[in-house]
Design a protein around this ligand. Structure first.
Ligand SMILES: [Zn+2]
Ligand SMILES: [Zn+2]
Length: 219
């Protein structure tokens, strides 16, 4: 079943409120979902408690694991460590940092700061450097293959280099709309299309599963 650890709601620039996103994810066959809205210093303490509340209320009524999270977005690299810390303190279980995608002017140094500060996932890391790949391997930060238009332009590079240097991968949708949610079969195709060999696909899903198990144990 599909595990998706990067999605957005109306609390940032997504279209759905948390309950509807959760229900739609359940209906399409997810086993786990993280809600990771865009955050900076202005809204981190507004959003995380709202999402935590929605997840707690909904938890008993759905068959999937739902984790409140955050996507620290366009923060200067110097501020990333404190924002990750604040997100966790506020109840985010999955902390994503919006990486150096080639389609936005994300500050250089963002990938490094996210990995050093121990984000759970570095989303759409673009043309990530060898040094950063090795550091992600050492710190076990998952590098994202994405289903999202635009960001996905670098999927082939991320897949090739992560596999070459042994850095762990995951796949997420970065959903903003209901139609962005995908089945596990589609996720498999996106991984194959990124040039990943069939025999490595299961281990990529297992990385996400392992992260969830770790996070749920942390509770
Ligand atoms: Zn992002
Ligand atoms: Zn995102």
């Amino acid at each position: 079943m599909m595990i998706d650890l990067h999605t957005h709601t109306v609390f940032s620039d997504g279209e759905l409120i948390p309950f509807e996103l959760i229900r739609r994810a359940e209906a399409i066959g997810y086993s786990a979902l993280a809600i990771t809205d865009h955050m900076d210093a202005s809204n981190i303490d507004l959003i995380i408690p709202r999402v935590v509340k929605a997840v707690q209320k909904m938890r008993s009524y759905v068959s999937i694991d739902v984790l409140p999270g955050a996507e620290i977005t366009h923060a200067p690299p110097e501020l990333i460590p404190e924002l990750i810390k604040e997100a966790r303190h506020l109840g985010a279980k999955i902390v994503v940092v919006h990486g150096e995608t080639i389609v936005e002017p994300v500050l250089k140094g963002t990938n490094r700061a996210a990995i050093e500060a121990g984000a759970d996932i570095l989303s759409h890391p673009g043309l990530i450097s060898i040094e950063d790949l090795l550091l992600a391997k050492e710190k076990n930060v998952l590098l994202e293959i994405t289903a999202r238009k635009g960001h996905s332009l670098a999927n082939g590079y991320v897949a090739k280099e992560a596999i070459r240097f042994g850095a762990p991968l995951c796949i997420n949708t970065d959903s903003h709309s209901p139609s962005d949610l995908i089945t596990k079969e589609t996720a498999r195709k996106i991984l194959l299309a990124a040039g990943i060999e069939e025999n490595r696909i299961d281990s990529i899903f297992e990385n996400a599963k392992f992260l969830i198990d770790k996070v749920l144990r942390r509770n």
